[in-house]
Design a protein around this ligand. Structure first.
Ligand SMILES: C[S@@+](CC[C@H](N)C(=O)[O-])C[C@H]1O[C@@H](n2cnc3c(N)ncnc32)[C@H](O)[C@@H]1O
Length: 302
């Protein structure tokens, strides 16, 4: 029985084939890639264990039969089952750090990653955190794969980092990442938001909670249905968990500390509901005002 792999010899051939198949199938993107081409390149390079940001040197490299069959098989699953590519290859990157992912966790793509490595942390001029070395305690609420906690453990070398998730499944994946990436200062806790952290205060609270509103949940493209529902669904207007975090944060933020929280598109709702909170809205390359920063002082903790 002839297979497409018989005619697809080089990386260029396979990337081209994947883009054609993805476009013809009308796939949805947004799990770390934003187009058929990006997705195809990631699928091919990651499967071959090549650096994912360098396509040119390999374009004309010929592949073995086994490599071609494997990649064609993954392309077919991407199309037929609408599985996001990071689940197919078991890998997602945040700021260059390779995380193990599978369907027990949402695919990491938080805008907070970009903000934490930007000049807003320890940079010249305006910064949210002037001195990363002075940060000694961080908590990542809703940690999923542990990606933001592990990133924080690298950026704040003197900090102990607690990381909480309600999902035991997600914490199993986080534990794999903590172990594989040698993130010894990250401590995982199972529970509801700050539940396992009674009495503890932190210099930095990081959180990317579920925030998809009910109407959007009902119409999510097939790809997103492979992700755990509890990682996405944020109730009627998407802000149920965000409100609970805002209510609990004053009991867990240290004087001089800050809260960075991703909320999606709910800015207007929050501003109307909390007129006295001076939210500082942060933009990234691909988002506008989907993440806010609040200082401890703004939360009433002097
Ligand atoms: C949007 S995902 C974020 C995961 C990870 N921080 C990231 O950026 O990729 C939200 C996470 O919150 C967890 N979660 C949902 N409700 C929670 C709750 N009440 N307490 C703790 N974690 C919760 C989900 O299991 C999921 O892993």
């Amino acid at each position: 029985m002839p297979s497409p792999a018989d005619d697809l010899i080089t990386i260029r051939d396979l990337v081209r084939y994947a883009v054609s198949r993805f476009n013809a199938a009308g796939l949805s993107f947004g799990h770390g890639t934003s187009s058929a081409l990006d997705d195809a390149v990631f699928l091919v390079l990651e499967t071959l264990k090549l650096p994912i940001d360098e396509l040119d040197p390999w374009l004309d490299a010929r592949l073995t039969c086994a490599e071609r069959e494997t990649i064609v098989g993954l392309i077919e699953r991407r199309v037929d089952e609408r599985i996001p590519t990071p689940y197919l290859v078991g890998r997602a990157y945040i700021q260059g750090i390779p995380f193990h992912v599978d369907e027990r966790v949402i695919v990491p793509r938080s805008f907070i990653g970009e903000l934490l490595v930007s000049s807003l942390v320890g940079g010249e001029g305006f910064a949210l955190i002037d001195d990363p070395e002075a940060v000694t305690s961080v908590v990542d609420i809703c940690t999923g794969s542990g990606c933001l906690a592990i990133l924080a453990s690298r950026l704040f070398p003197n900090a102990e980092v607690d990381a909480v998730d309600l999902s035991p499944d997600a914490l199993e994946v986080a534990a794999i990442n903590v172990e594989t990436l040698g993130a010894d200062t990250v401590h995982l806790h199972q529970g509801d938001l700050f539940g396992p952290l009674a009495g503890r205060r932190y210099d930095l609270i990081v959180t990317n909670p579920p925030y998809v509103e009910a109407e959007v949940m009902a119409e999510l493209p097939e790809e997103y249905r492979h992700e755990p529902e509890m990682a996405l669904a944020g109730g009627h207007d998407g802000l149920d968990v965000v409100r609970r975090i805002l209510a609990a944060a004053p009991d867990h933020i240290a004087p001089g500390g800050g809260l960075i929280c991703e909320i999606g598109t709910g800015r207007e709702i929050l501003e109307a509901e909390y007129p006295d909170l001076p939210f500082l809205w942060l933009d990234t390359e691909e988002s506008e005002a989907e993440v806010f920063w609040l200082t401890a002082e703004a939360l009433g903790v002097a």
